[in-house]
Design a protein around this ligand. Structure first.
Ligand code: ARG
Length: 636
């Protein structure tokens, strides 16, 4: 981007490479704030006598533009001899009046606030956004093994998310995992990492023996083909009801003194156990049947994930962990003396292995049942080590509800105790709270498809209220679907992950307040302004940006300049709300700009300049929306 080069040269007389060499991990050609930080550090170094390299990392963000674009907490520079508030006053007074990029700083107690001068900013940031387009904000260098030597390749991250259980409802926990996991995958891939998306299905255990029995008794081939997820679920519910009734009946008779051992030996529970035994013994027929259920379910899941712009590189699952691999792990646990026998079963007593509170907190999980079957935890241990062998990942994230905090803590600790601390250190549990009150309008069974259909119906009703606009939308149902999905996602991502929230169809589908439809509306409106003005890209590139002098225009540019820093910060917080909070600040600034910055009806040069601004804002908004997993709509 030429304007950035010019700015760099104009400022401090440095070349881009010289700035990069002076301040490591700085990319002024991608992130204009890096240039501002570099310049400000250099100027402040003159003023304060502190080394510029020490100032640079202390330049922080502000909580809002009214507090400046950058702030410096004076005590962070550890200058001795004077009180920080006095130093702040003194330095502000010494700050050059003639600085090309910053106005004179303001001081509030021990904080110095810095405001960007409008004209260089406006002239640099709009072309930068236009030039980078869909890439604006994303810095691929983060994912390089060695940022100085790209030939060494990318770092690799596994994001495991969604992970529903076959034949069981796709509950709120899976929904959140899907949304957050999709977002994290986008985030890392935008940052240049090689991302492997894994869906670890719940697809193994005695309950799948029971499901197979149910299919043999009541299965319907046609129904299975047509809607495997629902059919399998119905079978599962039916056979479970039957099994519960049978158990009650047997208990009753036993209590009455009857000998029920013959009945028990042929109970559904027992049959399921035998069927599952066949599966673990790799009986061809049993496995083939189970594999069909799994494959058909995956086909369906894929359709639904596609609606959410999500795909997986691997459908792994509990069934994919082999007995051999688990036996290996078993041996290793014995060697390392971390498990012990307890009434024929194997367990890990953490309080004996780790002193104090931590050991107690980790409790006493079982790793092998008395009958020899492995457990959820055991499978996870093998799966984790297997993934490391297969993918040699640099980092792995598990996106799982906080209800499983203990499980994952146990998992990572066991890996460490097995002698793989290096691997355990690469793993991270990204947890999240509950969704309360989630049910569809037709009932309480919650498959992802039902929820999405329900919300889309609701959005469709809302859209129909504006007949005029409605008639101009090419495919209203498809738009309603996208808007419905946006509603669900934005509501889910609005708070911190760990917070619980209440699923509320009314609020999430409203155009008022910080909702998905509000963001979509902001995007569609920008699109319509551009469409109505009918100015070509070439014309826009020639716009005279110096005409953009209004506060609203400048504030939009300040927001846009901050976007790469927001992405960078999100890589630290791993919170979708970091992005959403930004997007709502941007769209609020946008909404309040329209009165001041009319496009249609302005004289041609001004119109072009404003269009150039709005087109850039649209790009940033769309980039942010895509990052969190939304599909920006052009009309609604
Ligand atoms: N299928 C599990 C459930 O529904 C979630 C799996 C989480 N991932 C894992 N590696 N344990 O509870």
């Amino acid at each position: 981007a030429a304007p950035i080069d010019q700015l760099v040269k104009q400022v401090d007389g440095l070349s881009l490479d010289a700035v990069k060499a002076k301040f490591p991990d700085t990319y002024p050609d991608l992130n204009i704030m890096d240039l501002y930080r570099a310049h400000l550090s250099t100027v402040l170094s003159e003023v304060t006598g502190v080394d510029a390299a020490l100032i640079y990392p202390q330049l922080g963000w502000t909580s809002g533009l009214e507090k400046g674009d950058m702030a410096l907490p004076v005590p962070a520079l550890r200058v001795k001899g004077k009180k920080p508030d006095e130093l702040a006053q003194e330095w502000a007074a010494k700050f050059p009046d003639t600085d090309p990029l910053f106005s004179k700083p303001t001081v509030s107690q021990v904080h110095m606030s810095f405001f960007l001068k409008a004209s260089p900013l406006v002239n640099a940031v709009i072309p930068l956004v236009h030039g980078k387009g869909a890439e604006y904000g994303f810095n691929k260098n983060d994912g390089l093994k060695d940022p100085k030597d790209p030939s060494k390749g990318q770092k690799r991250i596994i994001v495991e998310f969604s992970s529903p259980n076959i034949a069981k409802p796709f509950h709120a926990g899976h929904l959140r995992s899907t949304i957050i996991g999709g977002f994290l995958s986008n985030l890392y891939s935008g940052a240049g990492w090689d991302v492997i998306r894994i869906n670890y299905l719940g697809d193994w255990g005695k309950q799948y023996g029971l499901l197979a029995l149910a299919y043999e008794k009541y299965g319907d081939e046609e129904a299975l083909q047509k809607d495997p997820i629902n059919h399998l679920f119905q079978l599962y519910v039916r056979i479970n009801t039957e099994m519960t009734a049978e158990k009650e009946e047997l208990t009753k008779r036993k209590e009455a003194g009857e000998d029920v051992s013959a009945l028990e030996a042929n109970s559904l529970d027992e049959q399921a156990r035998r069927y599952f035994k066949k599966m673990t013994d790799r009986d061809a027929d049993a496995l083939a049947m189970w594999k069909r259920f799994r494959d058909l379910s995956i086909v369906r899941y894929k359709d639904t994930y596609a609606r959410l712009n999500i795909h997986f590189d691997e459908y792994s699952g509990e069934s994919q962990v082999t007995e051999e691999a688990m036996n290996e792990v078993g041996k290793l646990m014995e060697e390392k003396k971390i498990c012990k026998e307890d009434k024929g079963a194997q367990l890990i007593d953490f309080s004996e292995l780790i002193p104090g509170k931590e050991g107690k907190r980790l409790e006493k999980p079982l790793v092998r049942k008395r009958d020899g079957t492995a457990l959820y935890l055991t499978r996870d241990i093998s799966e984790l080590l297997g993934r490391h062998e297969k993918y040699h990942f640099d980092k792995m994230i598990y996106v799982v509800a906080s209800a499983q905090d203990l499980h994952l803590r146990q998992l990572f600790k066991i890996i460490e105790l097995l002698g793989f601390k290096d691997i355990a250190d690469k793993c991270q549990h990204i947890n999240f709270g509950l969704v309360l009150g989630m049910s569809t309008r037709k009932g309480t069974v919650k498959f992802l498809d039902d929820i999405l259909r329900d919300v889309a119906d609701k959005m469709h009703e809302v859209m129909k209220k504006n007949e005029n606009k409605y008639s101009q939308i090419e495919d209203p149902l498809a738009t309603a679907d996208v808007l419905g999905i946006s509603s669900v996602m934005v509501q889910d991502m609005s708070g911190k992950r760990i917070n619980n929230y209440t699923f509320n169809m009314e609020t999430m589908t409203s155009f008022e307040g910080d909702t998905g439809p509000y963001l979509q509306y902001a995007h569609a409106r920008l699109n319509s302004i551009r469409r109505k003005a009918g100015v070509s890209d070439e014309e826009l590139a020639k716009a005279d940006l110096s005409l953009l002098t209004e506060t609203s225009a400048i504030n939009l540019c300040r927001h846009m300049a901050g976007w790469p820093d927001v992405v960078k910060n999100t890589l630290k917080t791993l919170e979708p709300t970091t992005v959403l909070t930004y997007l709502f600040k941007l769209t609020h600034a946008l909404s309040s700009s329209y009165d001041q910055l009319q496009v249609v009806g302005s004289e041609p040069e001004l119109m072009k300049a404003r269009l150039a601004l709005y087109t850039a804002v649209q790009t940033v908004l769309a980039n942010g929306m895509r990052l969190i997993g939304l599909t920006p709509v052009d009309r609604m």
